[in-house]
Design a protein around this ligand. Structure first.
Ligand code: TXA
Ligand code: MG
Length: 342
């Protein structure tokens, strides 16, 4: 199939968005920008179209999709909305927050992979909300990468993974946040973050008074144990080399020494540290979770296919948006963290 590529910043924006909406309504696949990462969208009410998302990505069939909406009425059609839902939506929608509620029967099992809950998100990216509104249906969309690759934060990344596999790519420039939305469930007693993202656990606590962090966020689960978000069990976001996170006061010296031993090893470092290491890819400002979130996936893509043996990663801060960056790196590293004290 030929993949059409439309730049949205130039002329004819409304026309291009309408074309994309037609493709969605006709059962096709459109990659589109959001404030978090690029999404791969299909009509969430069209079973065949949703199935083709799984095919195009090579996505396992037990990993459910997020339904993207442009208004609260559509959210209410999809799920049984409760008080914590409305509080979170009032505080952080539109924005990088996905809320899981009990699903209504209208939501196809293909979307939820048979779960009795549905994940809903209202993106703040203007192109995304225009597309969803023009399509007139909720858009089911995972990140627009091939399964197991880092999430795409530019249209070029989408093209690398999806050219010839989908109908259309909308180029809306680089994504603001750079990591996927926070996924929070309000189905149980305590609201629980299943995947950290652009909205911090602290912010959720502010809106609801309490919040729990699912242990799959910062730990590898024992063999056989199922995480609450099925996607968290996969070794995701991973370049084609071994990834090791290095933390502690002696981290820089440790990485320097490893790179001196192995000419094919590389550092994923903070901005300005490139000169310290024989080979390095910087991914953002030290101590600044927002900056590191913005750079982490592009940096991992750069590492992919670069003939690297081991990527030694400088550890991001584990609070604020930094916890989302840590979570993605931790999973790329399959839990491999080294602590080096001086
Ligand atoms: O920022 C984002 O969320 C991006 C953009 C495109 O909106 N989308 C995204 O989708 O990251 P995806 O499919 O890559 O990740 C969705 C995550 C997965 O970990 C999935 O297992 C979880 O949400 N999820 C979806 N529905 C769920 C449900 N009903 N219960 C628990 N987890 C669910
Ligand atoms: Mg994804």
């Amino acid at each position: 199939m030929k993949t059409e590529f439309f730049e949205l910043s130039g002329d004819g924006r409304a026309e291009k968005i309408n074309k994309a909406a037609q493709v969605i309504r006709g059962g096709g696949l459109v990659a589109f920008p959001t404030e978090t990462v690029y999404g791969l969208g299909a009509n969430g009410f069209d079973e065949k179209a949703v199935l083709s998302i799984f095919e195009a990505k090579g996505r396992p069939h037990d990993n459910p999709l997020i339904m993207h909406v442009a208004d609260l009425d559509t959210a209410a059609r999809l799920g049984y909305l409760n008080e914590p839902f409305y509080k979170l939506a009032a505080a952080y929608w539109p924005g990088p927050l996905t809320i899981i509620v009990k699903k209504r029967p209208v939501v196809n099992d293909i979307v939820t992979c048979g779960l009795d809950s549905v994940a809903i998100r209202m993106p703040s990216n203007e192109y995304a909300s225009e597309l969803i509104a023009a399509a007139g249906v909720p858009i089911a969309a995972p990140s627009a990468n091939r399964s197991g690759k880092p999430s795409p934060v530019t249209a070029r990344h989408v093209l690398e993974d999806m050219d010839g596999r989908i109908d259309m790519i909308l180029d809306g420039g680089a994504c603001d946040v750079g990591v996927e939305s926070t996924v929070v469930t309000v189905c149980g007693e305590t609201p629980t973050v299943l995947r950290p993202g652009g909205i911090t656990p602290e912010q959720i606590k502010e809106a609801l008074g309490s919040v729990a962090l699912d242990k799959a966020v910062t730990q590898m689960l024992p063999e056989g144990e199922k995480p609450l978000a099925p996607g968290m069990k996969y070794k995701h976001y991973s370049p084609d080399c071994r990834v090791v996170i290095v933390e502690g006061a002696g981290a820089k010296e440790y990485i320097k020494a490893r790179l001196a031993e192995d000419g094919r090893a590389c550092a994923l470092c903070f901005n300005g540290e490139e000169g310290l290491f024989a080979r390095a890819i910087p991914y953002g400002e030290e101590g600044d979770g927002v900056s590191l979130a913005h750079g982490v996936f592009a940096a991992m893509r750069e590492a992919d296919g670069a003939g690297i043996s081991t990527l030694f990663v400088r550890c991001p801060p584990k609070e604020g948006v930094g916890i989302a960056v840590y979570n993605r790196l931790f999973r790329a590293a399959a839990g491999n963290v080294v602590t080096v004290d001086r």
